[in-house]
Design a protein around this ligand. Sequence first.
Ligand code: AMP
Ligand code: FE
Ligand code: FE
Ligand code: ZN
Length: 293
Amino acid sequence: MRIDLHTHSDRSDGTTTPKELVSRAGKRGIDVLALTDHDTTEGWGEAAEAAAHEGLTLVRGIEVSCKLEGSAVHLLSYLPDPTYEPLAAELGRILEGRNARLPATLAKLRRIGIEIEEEDVRRVAGDAAAMGRPHVADALVEKGVVQDRGEAFDTYLGSRGPAYVNRYAAPLEEMVRLVAAAGGVSVVAHPWGRRYTHKALDEARFASLKDAGLAGIEVDHQDHEEPDREALRSIARNLDLVVTGSSDYHGEGKVDHDLGCNTTDPEEFTRLVELSRASAAASGRITPEVLVP
Ligand code: AMP
Ligand code: FE
Ligand code: FE
Ligand code: ZN
């Protein structure tokens, strides 16, 4: 049983359609797949159809952009009712922040002599509902300014780069509560990932997030070295949080993140699903089911 609980399609910054993503997962021998585009549920319908066709179990999720003490934290939110108004409103605010950032980013690039039009970015972004720096990176590649997304982040778009612009993200603990109120479950994505400095995410913080409704920690992720995985596993064990592992697949958009490169233990997945059922029942919301073929 191969379970991959964190992947992206071209509705955010992945490079494959939800349909193609599901088909690739099938070919890779993935049995359970979660689609977790940044801040949007746009890919859910297409992925559901493809999963039924492919004979794959699908978990519908969202990787929500959050903030803790000024640092970015990504929250994997599984099976919430997307029509729950406070959640929909907060996702709307995040998407608005993404859109507002684009012209500001392009103005900063222009200041250092790089001319990219909003139109160029929107064209390479194609069907994306969640516009992001990776799309600006793709436009920079298209213009021949950089070789790939990695170089674009290293040189211009990273948090210390000359074209970095901050954007709105949801307060982390509030979002954990919102996802629970929407009948879903949440898991902190790559908490100690390389690109983020999350000293604030220690055991005490995880304990208070658990009190707010947090279900788990994404431990097995490419951004975590082995010692950090061990430390996070032990925090999860102490707090009785679910441990997940996943690829954070972005198609051609991220190297070394192939589908199934990290997976979630079936027992941990079962616990996560049980917690989601309990959350759905407690919330009184009508939530999406895990789609079993
Ligand atoms: P944004 O959501 O617009 O703030 O951009 C952040 C996203 O860019 C992350 O969620 C990653 O998917 C992606 N990203 C960050 N660093 C890199 C990198 N070095 N190479 C490729 N993608 C990256
Ligand atoms: Fe991404
Ligand atoms: Fe992430
Ligand atoms: Zn991700």
